[in-house]
Design a protein around this ligand. Structure first.
Ligand SMILES: Cc1cc2nc3c(=O)[nH]c(=O)nc-3n(C[C@H](O)[C@H](O)[C@H](O)COP(=O)(O)O)c2cc1C
Length: 351
């Protein structure tokens, strides 16, 4: 029996798979479907104090883009497609929402699983009040999302993407002061120095880091000459995995190997989960794969992870955390590469 458990500090997961916050986790039915399929935890759809942020869900729109940038049918888009969208926040009245989450979390205990509340921030003080309300409702875990790619486009102040280290510290400090439950902080790489953001979040009291939020993108349709979706949108895809794992590996080494890191943005298969763990993450959060292929991806990934552990003789999955990050060599310490030529020499020769 392989031990797949993940130690996230105050939270111990039965396996490293978490359903990330998305429209899939916006209803009790979606939350239950993810848990029934084997997810160790569900991060519920985010809320905040701004009516504009909830109203943004009314203009939400979603397409799958193939790797050439063309809209692909959702049903057959597959793991290589990028999910390009405008999303908003959950619209249910706050107390009703928290009661539903608390009930879902109580039911999750029977599966040795968790349902976490999620706040995509607008202002810090209301985020802290929401966190306190989540704890009072009985939730055991809160994720504070400081990474929202829509921050720049959203109605003024409705949703913020926090790119300044001092501001990260202030958001986390206020929320930490308001609650004692496990606190995850989700950060963006669309800032000058993600390591500085991570350091501030840790210093201000984060229990875990989630790296990294998706990116804001823009894609014209060359037939109509207009932007796909009619606007900018958030984008993520399999191509994002190495970008995510770069910062996971850097934070694993720089911030503190003892600080639990969760990887999000680009994980699509069991092999990708292994890649994330080797880079220093202890768990992963998945949205696109679940929205595109359904919650069956959890069982599929668990089978892939178990097959890998069996093939490699790994008894405890946590053994591999950070192995690749530790083996990474700084450019300055590398020896010159001996080569007979470059692969592209054949295009140049004889010109
Ligand atoms: C349609 C959609 C809605 C999302 N909504 C939220 C949200 O409300 N709060 C949040 O923290 N992240 C949100 N995310 C980001 C996901 O939680 C996740 O971090 C991201 O999609 C990267 O993972 P993936 O490559 O598995 O999709 C959303 C993503 C998508 C695609």
């Amino acid at each position: 029996m392989i031990d797949l458990s993940a130690d996230l500090g105050p939270i111990r997961l039965k396996n490293p798979l978490i359903a990330a916050s998305s429209e899939f986790t916006m209803t009790r039915a979606g939350i239950d479907a993810a848990l029934a399929a084997g997810a160790a935890a569900v991060i519920s759809k985010s809320i905040n104090e701004s009516p504009d942020a909830a109203r943004q869900l009314d203009i939400a729109d979603y397409v799958a883009l193939d790797c050439g940038g063309t809209i692909a049918p959702w049903e057959s888009a597959g793991d290589d497609a990028s999910l390009f969208c405008r999303s908003g926040l959950a619209q249910a009245p706050r107390d009703e929402w928290l009661e539903m989450l608390a009930r879902a979390d109580r039911a999750a205990r029977a599966r040795d699983a968790y349902v976490a509340g999620s706040i995509t921030v607008a202002e810090a003080a209301p985020a802290a009040r929401l966190a306190a309300a989540m704890e009072a409702a009985g939730l055991r875990w809160i994720e504070l999302n400081l990474s929202a790619p829509h921050g720049r486009e959203a109605a003024r102040g409705a949703v913020r993407q926090v790119t300044d280290a001092e501001a990260v510290g202030e958001y986390v400090r206020q929320v930490r002061a308001a609650t004692r439950v496990a606190l995850t902080v989700k950060l963006t790489a669309q800032s000058g120095d993600p390591i500085a953001l991570a350091e501030r979040a840790v210093r201000a009291g984060a229990d875990m880091l989630v790296l990294m939020g998706r990116f804001q993108g823009f894609m014209p349709d060359i037939e109509t000459g207009r932007p796909i979706l009619g606007s900018a949108g958030a984008i993520g895809g399999r191509w994002a995995l190495p970008l995510t794992l770069y910062w996971v590996s850097k934070c694993f080494k720089a911030v503190a190997p003892a600080m639990p890191i969760v990887a999000t943005n680009g994980v699509r298969t069991g092999d990708d989960v292994i890649r994330a763990l080797l880079s220093g993450a202890r768990a992963v959060e998945l949205a696109s794969a679940v929205l595109g292929r359904g919650p069956g991806v959890f069982a599929e990934m668990l089978a892939g992870i178990e097959a890998y552990c069996e093939r490699k003789g790994i008894a405890r999955l946590a053994e591999i955390v950070g192995k690749a990050a530790e083996a990474a060599v700084d450019y300055g310490a590398l020896r010159p590469v001996k080569r007979a030529g470059y692969p592209w020499d054949r295009f140049i020769r004889g010109v």
